[in-house]
Design a protein around this ligand. Structure first.
Ligand code: PLP
Length: 403
């Protein structure tokens, strides 16, 4: 018997393969060292997790041997409820909180519980591609709404309103944003809430970068602006606490639930089916949320993340034919290439050429489901020196292919 890919995967777009990554793997196998500016994984770049979290992880190992409640241990869910008490989502009940193996698992559960064949979900464009992939896998139709590069990558409210149809069930908001680094204004979020309210949409808020903010950026949880709407907010320890490998995330259901009983039953069933999230990682959630927030030092003036963001922005902005918005949050920037200036057809050719010539791996813009072929994403995690050097090499490569 031939084992072909399941038909339901056929339309799922998730760029874990493709020519650029295949080429990077081939080069690594040949012994080349490649600088990976393509994944937002803090630990390998020397962003170590706070000691208290690691110590706690080890100390709690003996009580983490069994399965937990499928939604997670009470101490962690209580810590999450407490965390949101002062962030505009007061009064969360333990039942409203689900712990997961990272936000990723919870996105997957939500899509599976919510979406019927042909249902539409509004997703930003550029997107974090997992959202698009999960909605497609669940049988739904991702409908991409525009983030406006000329308006600091804010969601284009007119485009969102235009794309709502009778089949639209939910809108995804990623704030602070991956891949653009935008942090949305309260006014913009309010505009999204107004559209969701008008059409009875569920709001799915991915806020995994909520503590990674630069300059005067402040973060507003969109759920806090919409207590009369059903919202789900996602967050976890991967980024601000630098433990992406622990797989610790949560989601909180907020707002009226009477009209969402069936959906919640579905969520509960799917949550039971995966038994529980990684137990040792659940045990460090109270320590992380209640402890000293070391991330604040990293994003403050003089902090490593902030300096790297500055250097990345300044170096990219200096390259002829490259335009870039300065990230206000998260770990990325999403520059645009003026393709008329260079002897390349598209973002894929750029990514491949850069990889082959300079041994630098970036992610092509079309990996984030944008229709134009002229963007790329860089991760601002490497040390200032490494980052500066890498962006100099990007500049050299582009200089070499000038028309
Ligand atoms: N959401 C966004 C916007 C992300 O950028 C990422 C990871 O890069 C995730 C979710 C996945 O996070 P987790 O490690 O909690 O699964």
């Amino acid at each position: 018997m031939e084992f072909t890919q399941a038909a339901k995967l056929q339309n799922v777009l998730y760029d874990i393969r493709g020519p650029v990554l295949d080429e990077a793997a081939r080069m690594e196998n040949e012994g080349h060292r490649i600088l990976k500016l393509n994944i937002g994984n803090p630990a390998p770049f020397g962003f170590e997790t706070p000691d208290e979290i690691l110590v706690d992880f080890i100390r709690q190992a003996h009580v983490s041997q069994g399965y937990t409640d499928s939604k997670g241990i009470v101490a962690a869910r209580r810590a999450v409820a407490q965390h949101y008490q002062t962030r505009g989502l007061p009064g969360l009940r333990l039942d409203d909180i689900y712990l997961g193996n990272g936000v990723s698992e919870l996105i997957q559960l939500t899509a599976q519980a919510l979406v019927n064949d042909g249902d539409e979900v509004l997703i930003p464009m550029p997107d974090y591609p997992l959202w698009t992939a999960c909605v497609t896998l669940a049988g739904g139709t991702p409908v991409h709404y525009r983030l406006d590069e000329d308006d600091d990558w804010m969601p284009d409210l007119t485009d969102i309103a235009d794309k709502v149809t009778p089949r639209t069930k939910a809108i995804v908001v990623i704030n602070p944003n991956n891949p653009t680094g935008a942090v949305y204004t309260k006014e913009n979020l309010q505009g999204i809430v107004d559209i969701a309210r008008k059409h009875g949409l569920m709001i799915l808020a991915d806020e995994i970068y909520d503590k990674i903010l630069y300059d005067d950026a402040t973060h507003t949880s969109i759920a806090s602006l919409a207590p009369d709407l059903f919202t789900i907010t996602y967050n976890g320890l991967s980024k601000a606490y630098r433990v992406a490998g622990f797989r610790a995330g949560w989601m909180v259901l907020y707002g009226p639930k009477e009209h969402a009983k069936g959906f919640i039953e579905g969520l509960d069933m799917l949550s039971n089916m995966r038994l529980c999230a990684n137990a040792p990682a659940q045990h460090v959630i109270p320590t992380a949320l209640g402890g000293y927030q070391t991330i604040n030092d990293l994003v403050a003036p003089g902090g490593r993340l902030r300096e790297q963001r500055d250097v990345a922005y300044e170096s990219l902005a200096r390259i002829p034919g490259v335009s870039v918005n300065k990230a206000k949050g998260a770990l990325y920037m999403f520059p645009k290439l003026d393709l008329d200036m260079y002897k390349i057809e598209d973002d894929e050719q750029f990514a491949l050429g850069l990889l082959r010539q300079q041994k630098i791996l970036i992610t092509k813009g079309t990996g984030f489901n944008i229709p134009t072929h002229d963007h790329f994403r860089v991760v601002t995690l490497p040390d200032v020196d490494v980052l500066e050097n890498a962006i100099d090499k990007i500049a050299d490569y582009l200089e070499g292919i000038r028309r």
